[in-house]
Design a protein around this ligand. Sequence first.
Ligand code: ADP
Length: 199
Amino acid sequence: MSELLLVAREVTRSYDVRGHAVLALRPTSLMVQAGDVLAVTGPSGTGKSTLVSILAGWDRPSSGTVERPARTVFVPQRLALLDTLTVLDNITLADAGRAAEVPALAAALSVDHLLERFPGEISLGERQRVGLARALHAGAPVTILDEPTAHQDGDHTRLVLDALTSLPGDRAVVMATHDSVVVAVATAVVQLEAAVAAS
Ligand code: ADP
């Protein structure tokens, strides 16, 4: 059996909205092993973003547990690039020691011509691919992404998916997506369904 990299058991998330409990994520369990490409999918509002944020440790579940035996890196929908650093420095940030690997990675994601620009000088789709390059360069065993193709056209979606599905076999990908093209490349799928009001 492959190495276990991430486990979520019966994870839920509810919010208090002006005194009313709103259930954002129904109880969800999953496990991620080396080599997995896991798609978290479902209609809008079913908790995809909520779940991947919890898996990444950027949010806490209201109940249930998450175990992270391996390091994770997260690309949130808002990307969180550092505006004062060039594209090159953003990508290299996590591991400057392997900066020599950046040109090939940037070329694979078609951002190699943008390395000297700042995030404010490139398009949203380009920023999203830079965010992905930064995460992949970090080299964590688990890369978690929220809607990684949301701002990509067909050709660039293919670049993103090629990069995510050609990682070494000791790494894994978890991605929230509503895009059937993305779900099609997954090795496993978690299908979320609409939550109901908790009270
Ligand atoms: P998805 O990614 O599947 O579109 P989200 O995880 O963004 O879904 O949201 C799931 C549900 O949680 C939605 O109904 C949303 O309105 C609700 N929600 C998200 N964030 C908050 C918040 N801060 N306060 C209250 N409700 C929220």
